[in-house]
Design a binder for this molecule. Structure first.
Ligand code: AMP
Ligand code: MG
Length: 337
């Protein structure tokens, strides 16, 4: 299949692909997504084939506004509308009970569905032109780091999807925050662009799922099946070194060997001269770290690096999402210094 490239002013043409049951690469503010008509089980099935995604890992339904929630969800709590008022359109996915109209292919047979209203103007224009709820996971091959620009998505999906729209680099850079509103208290399943601190301002108490901060053991059942899979991982094994930036940098410098690569904060680049190195931006700029983390992980797959060391970021604010992605990429192989 030839993958058609669309510019941001060709959304009408691109939306035709969704209406016709095809697969479309879609820019969002979080990461690039692999979209299909969310009401067409066959089209949604093709997402799983293109990604090599396990069948029990559900997708998110993308809608143009909170007004569409009632079309697809039942027993919507007041908290959902409170969150929508504050954070939609934006990088927040809410887990809600779904109506029968939502195909099992989207929900992996769960009684719940993930709902999101994205803010990227090109993404919004595509959804509006298609006039459909768009089912989409991240646009990477299953297990690889998520794509945060069109070139990264084409690296995984060229020839496997009908088209892709160029919306420029993603402004957030990590996937949406996922909050489960079907349990009390609401539970954070995945940290992302909307922070835990912000969620607590609206919801009060918020539980944090154990899968966010540690590896699920064999035989354990996470809240969502997708949480058990290896994620975001480059080919070479990753070790995250957690601690004050000066200390984690020094630890990595002392343990660095020939054939190793490093993901570090910008100010420590000179320390690793001569080694393949990717910067996450300044230690103090968490938003920049979020934008760069997946590209940094992806970079090493194009090198012959045998091991990757990464400085662990401060896990507050959006840093919780960045450290979660790095920890998962490392299979929670973490050194505390
Ligand atoms: P991705 O954006 O690639 O991470 O894919 C969508 C994410 O949403 C996956 O991590 C899913 O596990 C999660 N998700 C989708 N629907 C649900 C649901 N009903 N309950 C819990 N998690 C979900
Ligand atoms: Mg994904």
């Amino acid at each position: 299949m030839k993958t058609k490239r669309f510019t941001a002013d060709q959304v009408e043409e691109a939306a035709e692909i969704l209406k016709n049951g095809g697969l479309l690469g879609i820019p969002t503010e979080t990461v690039y997504g692999l979209g299909a008509n969310g009401l067409d089980a066959a089209a949604v099935g093709h997402i799983f084939e293109a990604k090599g995604r396990p069948q029990d890992n559900p997708l998110i339904l993308h809608i143009p506004s909170a007004l569409w929630l009632e079309r697809y969800c039942d027993h919507i709590p007041a908290a959902a509308y409170a969150l929508a008022r504050r954070f939609w359109p934006g990088p927040l996915t809410m887990i809600l009970e779904h109506k029968d109209i939502v195909p099992d292919a989207v929900t992996a047979g769960l009684a719940t569905v993930g709902m999101r209203c994205p803010s990227h103007p090109v993404c919004r224009a595509i959804i509006q032109a298609a006039d459909l709820p768009v089912a989409a996971p991240s646009g990477n091959t299953s297990g690889r780091p998520s794509p945060t620009n069109m070139a990264d998505m084409l690296e995984d999906m060229d020839g496997k999807i009908d088209g892709i729209v160029d919306g420029g680099p993603c402004s957030v850079g990590v996937e949406s925050t996922i909050i489960d509103l079907t349990v009390t208290p609401p539970r954070l399943l995945r940290p992302g662009g909307v922070t835990l601190e912000e969620l607590r301002e609206v919801l009060g108490e918020v539980a944090v799922d154990e899968a966010v901060t540690r590896l699920m053991a064999a035989g354990e059942h996470p809240r969502a099946p997708g949480m058990k899979y290896r994620h975001y991982a480059p080919k070479a094994p990753v070790t995250v070194v957690r601690g004050a930036p000066e200390q984690s940098a020094r630890y990595i410098r002392e343990h660095l060997e020939e054939g190793d690569g490093v993901i570090c904060f910008a100010e420590f680049l000179p320390l690793f001269e001569g080694y393949p190195t990717e910067s996450m931006g300044p230690a103090s700029d968490q938003a920049e770290q979020a934008r760069r983390v997946f590209d940094a992980l992806r970079y090493f797959d194009g090198t012959d690096v045998q091991r990757i060391w990464a400085q662990g970021p401060d896990p507050t604010g959006i840093g919780l999402a960045v450290s979660n992605r790095l920890n998962k990429a490392a299979g929670f192989h973490i050194v505390e210094v």
